[in-house]
Design a protein around this ligand. Structure first.
Ligand code: DUC
Ligand code: ZN
Ligand code: ZN
Length: 468
């Protein structure tokens, strides 16, 4: 089936222009000057007059069904990818997990089993290496060569769960340098944090806000600097800092980039909009809804201003969600009386495109940079470009028609994620996802959802486009 999107403004990372977009089958086949498309018999016409036509969002950091803190992230691949589609995201890159003592290939097979046949949109995987040893290092080569997985996440936090020590990190970085893959780093000094957590609990400080207070910005910055140093020692291994939240960590990334290093970073909407005092510090146990790591930062420090600046200057290349939802009832409540037992994570896969568009409305981001940070750069960074992340002939027809005169109210009553609360309850966005197309199939149109589980396919990724 063919689709002709008429009358819209096509926005890409490099500019905006009026054009009509022709989709044939699963692919974008042509762009035409407005009104100059030939008659395509049987084509469905999507009227995008007054709207933006942008590449479908690529969320490069999600955790569907992640086992964490004695429970599982509450979105399945089915519910999470459906919610993503509602919000204009047409590709996710989720994290398959190898825990210490487990075989990497078994961990990957388990992730495929969760996702296969269940996704509403296309999906790919990074691999968490929770136990760096000879076997897992060898598996990294196989994943790059044969499984389409070209990025590996390591943790400097969570001792006893996902944690790698500096020697393990160095070995994995050396391996990544040799096979061309990317190391993604959860950069927080987990050993020091665990000491602070123990001391806080001994003092009787058990409320959720202490989750943030025991994970100070300096321990994110220290770990970020250490990761950058280790990557340098390993031979300038490409390094991607995930969920960067603190000005001091951003400063370390900026310095490395200024000297030409292969260092990249992402931030997430929660760090751009939410704070330690306003959300994590909510009265009683309410703040548990916003327990995530890295934590929300203080509104009395310039983190949010600096993160927006970092997005403009490209020291922050990408906005991902770190979507890791837990219900308040029975899941977040596992940490009643002990903040360290609250499962870490915020759900947001449905709202990233809208929340970042609000940055455009607020004058913090250009329209082109919006598209670049939510779609184009994630596709390039993680080996999905030019299939994803761009409106151009030959690309997959993953397209969002975005209505700048629409409005979106974020609420648990209207969202589609499997969560009993919203981290952004009551937020009003000056813009709205209008139509969502995934590989030529219209998933969302006129407020009606037409997607189905099983439409989404596994994407084998190549190496990052940013490396030479
Ligand atoms: N941070 C979270 O908030 N949740 C899952 C894992 C992580 O690193
Ligand atoms: Zn992390
Ligand atoms: Zn994560």
């Amino acid at each position: 089936m063919s689709i002709l999107i008429t009358g819209g403004t096509v926005v890409t990372a490099s500019g905006r222009h009026a054009a009509d977009v022709l989709v044939e089958g699963e692919t974008i086949t042509a762009l035409f000057a407005p009104g100059r498309a030939p008659d395509v018999p049987g084509a469905r016409i999507v009227d995008a007059t007054g709207k933006y036509v942008i590449p479908g969002g690529v969320d490069a950091h999600t955790h569907m069904e992640l086992p964490f803190g004695g429970t599982f992230a509450s979105d399945t691949f089915e519910s999470g990818t459906r919610a993503a589609a509602f919000g204009g995201t047409t590709t996710i890159v989720d994290f398959a997990v190898q825990r210490s003592g487990e075989n990497v290939h078994d961990g990957l097979a388990a992730w495929h089993a969760k996702a296969e046949g269940n996704c509403h949109i296309d999906y790919a995987f990074h691999m968490i290496i929770g136990g760096v040893d000879d076997e897992s290092l060898k598996a990294m080569d196989t994943l790059v060569d044969a499984e389409g997985i070209s990025s590996f996440k390591l943790f400097m936090a969570y001792p006893g769960v996902f944690y790698s020590d500096d020697g393990q990190i160095l070995r994995a970085m050396q391996k990544a340098r040799d096979n061309g893959s990317m190391i993604m780093m959860h950069a927080e000094n987990g050993i020091a944090i665990d000491v602070l957590i123990g001391q806080a609990l001994t003092r009787g400080e058990t409320d959720p806000v202490h989750h943030g207070l025991t994970r100070p910005a300096e321990l994110e910055a220290e770990a970020t600097r250490r990761a950058i140093s280790l990557a340098q020692v390993a031979g300038d291994t490409p390094l991607y800092i995930v969920h960067l939240s603190a000005s001091q960590a951003l400063e370390a990334v900026a310095q490395a980039r200024d000297t030409g290093r292969n260092v990249f970073a992402e931030t997430c909407p929660q760090y751009l909009y939410l704070t330690l005092e306003d959300q994590l510090g909510a009265p009683g146990f309410e703040g548990a809804k916003w327990v995530c790591s890295t934590p929300l930062r203080s509104r009395h420090e310039p983190h949010q201003r600096d993160l927006w600046r970092g997005l403009r200057s490209n020291d922050l290349a990408i906005v991902s969600t770190d979507h890791c939802p837990f219900c308040f009832k029975d899941q977040k409540e596992l940490g009643l009386g002990d903040f360290s037992k609250i499962p870490n994570g915020i759900g947001g896969v449905e709202h990233r495109v809208d929340l970042l568009y609000q940055g455009v409305v607020d004058g913090k981001l250009s329209l082109e940079r919006w598209v670049e940070t939510i779609a184009t750069t994630p596709a390039r960074m993680f080996g999905l470009y030019p299939r994803k992340g761009v409106i151009a002939p030959g690309a997959d027809a993953d397209i969002v028609v975005y209505d700048p005169s629409g409005r979106t109210t974020i609420s648990v009553h209207t969202h589609h994620m499997n969560m009993d609360h919203s981290a952004y309850e009551g937020f009003e966005i000056a813009g709205k996802v209008d139509t969502v197309i995934s590989r030529g199939s219209v998933l969302l149109s006129g407020g009606e959802y037409h997607g189905r589980k099983g439409h989404g396919r596994y994407l084998r990724r190549g190496l990052s486009s940013y490396l030479v």
